[in-house]
Design a protein around this ligand. Structure first.
Ligand SMILES: Cc1cc2nc3c(=O)[nH]c(=O)nc-3n(C[C@H](O)[C@H](O)[C@H](O)COP(=O)(O)OP(=O)(O)OC[C@H]3O[C@@H](n4cnc5c(N)ncnc54)[C@H](O)[C@@H]3O)c2cc1C
Length: 371
C-alpha cells in the first residue's frame, strides 16, 4: 500500500461542486470530436514531464495553442523509454519494444516508420524456464526506436518548448487571477499558466496534484511496481541462440541481447544484454545494494539459461521505482475543467507505450474541447 504525504501548500477553499466525480470521468478517446471552444493563442499551458505522454500531449496542443511549455526533471526527454549511454555503449534500460492495438497509434507508428525514427524488430523470442527455451509466437509486430529507443520522442520534443533539468515540486493556484504557478525544487517560480498538465507516474503525480483532492484521490489508487534493470556488456558472445526471452523464474522476467537490435552498433565489439528482474522480486528487494542485486540476477541468469556466465566487462544497474501500473484507469486521462488541471500517462490508460501516447492525445483533446 502506498502512502504519500500531501503537500497542501495552498490555502484555497474548494466548493464540493468543483470536485464532483462527473467532471473527472472522461469519454475515452475524444480524438475525433471537434474542439468546441478552442482557447485563444495567448492561453498558456504547462506540462510537467517529457515522457511520451507529456510530449504527445504537448505536440497535439501546440498545433492549436501557441504557448505550451514542458518541464522535465532530466536532461533529455523519454522518461521510461530512455536509452542509456555508458562508456560509449548504449542500453535500452526501460521499455524494450512496443506493439500497436489502436488505429490512432497505428497511424502515428506509420509516420515514425516513414521518418526512419523506428523500425520493426524481427526478434526471435522464447519462453525460458529452468534452462528450457520454447519459441514464443504470438503474431505481434514489435517496434523499436532507432538509433535509440526514445529517438522518436526526442524528435517530437524538438517541436516543443522544453525546459530540461527543471523538476517541479509544487503547483499553486492564484485564485484572484485564476492562474497556476509552478515552483521548482530550488523554490524558484517557473511562471504562471492558465492550464497545467501533470504527465508523470501516478506516485509522483500525487504530491503535484494535491491542490485538487479529487484528482489526488484517484491517482492514489494506482499501484505501480518496481523493476531492477541490469545492463551488462560481455567481451564474448553468450551464444544463447535467441534475441530475447520472457523468463519464468522468481528473480527474472525478461532478458534481451540489446546489441542485436538495429543500429545499436556503439558496443565496441562487446555483446550487450539487458536483464529485467520480475516486478515481485524487485518490489521485495528495492533496498538491496546494487552489488547484491548484480550477483543475484547474474546467478539467476546462469540458472535459467543453464550456462556459466562469464565475468562481465561492464555492469550498469538501475532501479525503476515506478516501472508499470498494475491497475491503470480506463478513462484515458483525468481533467478538472473548472480548475483547468489534468493528468495523463500510461497509468490513466494502459500499462505500455501505446497507453502513454493515447493518454497524452486524449488529454489534449479534452483540454481543447473544454477550454
Ligand atoms: C523497465 C521497464 C520496462 C518496460 N517495458 C515496456 C515494453 O517492453 N513495452 C511497452 O510498451 N512498455 C514498456 N514499459 C512501459 C513504458 O515505458 C511506459 O508505459 C511509458 O514510457 C510511460 O510514459 P509516460 O509518459 O506515461 O511516463 P514517463 O515515461 O515516466 O515520463 C514521465 C516524465 O516525467 C518526468 N518527471 C517526473 N517527475 C517530474 C517533476 N516533478 N518535474 C518534472 N519532470 C518530472 C520524468 O523524468 C519523465 O521523463 C516499460 C517500463 C519500464 C520502466
Amino acid at each position: 500500500m502506498l502512502i504519500w504525504r500531501r503537500v497542501d501548500f495552498l490555502r484555497i477553499e474548494y466548493r464540493s461542486r468543483f470536485l464532483s466525480k462527473e467532471r473527472l470521468i472522461l469519454k475515452p478517446f475524444l480524438l475525433s470530436s471537434p474542439p468546441m471552444n478552442i482557447p485563444h493563442q495567448n492561453h498558456s499551458i504547462a506540462i510537467i514531464g517529457a515522457g511520451l505522454s507529456g510530449i504527445s500531449c504537448a505536440v497535439a496542443l501546440g498545433k492549436t495553442i501557441g504557448n505550451v511549455t514542458v518541464f522535465e526533471a532530466e536532461a533529455q526527454p523519454g522518461g521510461r523509454m530512455i536509452s542509456r549511454q555508458q562508456d560509449g555503449m548504449q542500453f535500452d534500460s526501460g521499455a524494450q519494444y512496443f506493439t500497436v492495438r489502436s488505429d490512432a497509434f497505428r497511424q502515428q507508428v506509420k509516420e515514425w516508420l516513414d521518418q526512419w525514427l523506428i523500425d520493426e524488430w524481427p526478434a526471435w523470442l522464447v519462453d525460458l524456464e529452468n534452462g528450457e527455451a520454447l519459441s514464443h509466437e504470438d503474431g505481434a509486430k514489435r517496434y523499436i526506436g532507432r538509433p535509440m529507443m526514445h529517438s522518436f520522442i526526442q524528435d517530437m520534443a524538438e517541436l516543443c518548448d522544453v525546459r530540461y533539468e527543471t523538476k517541479i515540486k509544487k503547483i499553486g493556484f492564484h485564485k484572484k487571477e485564476s492562474r497556476w504557478e509552478l515552483i521548482d525544487t530550488h523554490r524558484k517560480t517557473q511562471g504562471s499558466f492558465d492550464t497545467v498538465i501533470v504527465a508523470v507516474p501516478a506516485p509522483q503525480a500525487v504530491p503535484l496534484l494535491s491542490v485538487t483532492p479529487a484528482l489526488t484521490n484517484i491517482a492514489e489508487t494506482i499501484v505501480m511496481t518496481a523493476t531492477w534493470t541490469l545492463m551488462v556488456a560481455f567481451d564474448e558472445p553468450l551464444q544463447f541462440g535467441f534475441d530475447g526471452a520472457y523468463v519464468l523464474s522468481e528473480e527474472l522476467a525478461w532478458i534481451v541481447r540489446d546489441s542485436g537490435k538495429i543500429e545499436r552498433d556503439g558496443s565496441h565489439g562487446k555483446e550487450v544484454w539487458v536483464i529485467h528482474a520480475s516486478p515481485e522480486w524487485s518490489e521485495k528487494n528495492k533496498k538491496l545494494s546494487t552489488k547484491k542485486v548484480n550477483k543475484i540476477l547474474l546467478d539467476a541468469l546462469g540458472r535459467v539459461t543453464g550456462r556459466a556466465i562469464p565475468k562481465p566487462h561492464l555492469i550498469v544497474t538501475e532501479l525503476w521505482p515506478h516501472a508499470k501500473p498494475v491497475n491503470p484507469l480506463t478513462e484515458g486521462c483525468l481533467y478538472d475543467r473548472e480548475l483547468r488541471i489534468g493528468a495523463c500517462g500510461d497509468w490513466c490508460c494502459a500499462a505500455r507505450v501505446e497507453g502513454a501516447y493515447l493518454s497524452g492525445l486524449t488529454l489534449a483533446a479534452r483540454v481543447l474541447h473544454d477550454a
